[in-house]
Design a binder for this molecule. Structure first.
Ligand code: UT7
Length: 325
């Protein structure tokens, strides 16, 4: 079996902050409600002309810089996103063009907030089979473009951002195991509503209404806790590692109380989890990627540590990976 390691990471978040006080001016909410029910204090919002590909390109550039790797050497680019600039071209192809990764095969995958774990897992399989020697994996999302800014149940939760990593065959075993779960039967709990669609029977029709997110939060909450805890347990079993050996758990950042629930279920102290939700809210696929970046940056993850990456999102889809740093 080949060894696949994470060679470097990168991140990008837009400069503009949207605080809870700003949201109090838009919908009937309060800083107190948002902080106590979610843990979020502020989130980043992409500029009007800053698309998901811009976020992805910046994160990719940093990961390449940190790996001291020329873009021309990248063989595979996978972008996890559910908010691409448009249906096509893919964000991955836009990144490929921007960084001149002419040799790379590029495509997007859709796994909502679990996108980073899913994309890493897909890249991992390509590298294990020997089809490619390295991969640039990016998670980039801009869900704020799909928010109904009159729905206080969703508009306080989301922010924009991107994270990236470079995976390559190496001497050390970096990815020890992965476990993915999908529950299509719960798809109704979180979806993007497309108000109207075009059809040849209505040739003159052009809808002015934009798609928006609807979510059944409390129901999602319970499934999120159970499936994230289950994915961690299954991934640990595959890696033959005990939870007590793990130095840091890097979870998707949807709600601070979801993370508390997962910690309780796994019977581990919450301090083992890296949490940055207060600064960014839920950045969908990018949340776990940016959290991994920042956990490394502040040395919550050190060389030799066992680390778990775990996420949950619309679909519903969840997944976990055990990494050796
Ligand atoms: O990324 C993966 C997908 N996302 C998730 O997994 C999210 C999972 N769900 C959650 O994080 C939580 O369910 C939410 C944060 C979305 C909501 O928190 P909650 O504690 O489950 O609140 P709730 O929806 O049960 O609402 C409780 C009350 C309601 O008022 P009433 O009916 O009790 O009078 C809501 O109308 O809180 C009200 N409420 C708000 N109040 C002030 C809902 N949103 C807000 C708000 N500000 N922004």
């Amino acid at each position: 079996m080949k060894n696949i390691e994470i060679v470097s990471v990168g991140k990008y978040v837009p400069k503009k902050k949207l605080t809870n006080a700003d949201l109090e001016k838009i919908v009937e909410t309060s800083d107190e409600w948002i902080v106590t029910r979610t843990g979020i204090k502020e989130r980043r919002i992409a500029g009007e002309h800053e698309k998901t590909s811009h976020l992805a390109i910046e994160a990719a550039k940093e990961a390449l810089h940190n790996a001291k790797l020329a873009a021309s050497k990248i063989e595979l680019i996978i972008v996890a996103t559910t908010s691409p600039d448009s249906n096509f071209p893919s964000v991955a192809c836009l990144v490929q063009k921007a960084i001149s990764a002419k040799q790379a095969v590029a495509f997007d995958i859709s796994a909502a907030c679990s996108g980073y774990v899913y994309a890493m897992s897909v890249a991992h399989q390509f590298l294990l089979t020997g089809m490619y020697k390295n991969a640039l994996v990016i998670a980039a999302d801009q869900l704020t473009t799909m928010i109904d800014w009159q729905d206080r149940g969703t508009c306080v939760l989301f922010g924009d951002g991107a994270g990236a990593c470079i995976l390559a065959c190496g001497k050390r075993k970096g990815i020890l195991s992965e476990h993915l779960e999908s529950f299509g039967e719960f798809g109704e709990l979180m979806k993007v509503i497309t108000p109207e669609t075009r059809h040849p029977s209505k040739p003159k029709h052009s809808s002015g209404e934009l798609p928006y997110i609807r979510m059944r939060g409390p129901e999602l909450f319970k499934i999120a806790v159970n499936s994230m805890a289950d994915c961690v347990e299954q991934a640990l079993k595959k890696a033959k590692i005990k939870i007590s050996d793990v130095a840091c758990v890097v979870p998707h950042q949807a709600n601070d109380r979801i993370i508390s629930g997962v910690a309780r279920k796994l019977k581990i102290p919450k301090e083992k989890f890296f949490i940055n939700i207060e600064k960014y809210g839920n950045m969908s696929a990018a949340s776990a990627a940016v959290a991994l970046y920042e956990a490394i940056e502040v040395e919550r993850i050190r060389k030799g540590d066992y680390v778990i990456l775990v996420a949950f999102g619309a679909g519903l889809v969840s997944g976990a990976m055990v990494l050796k740093w």
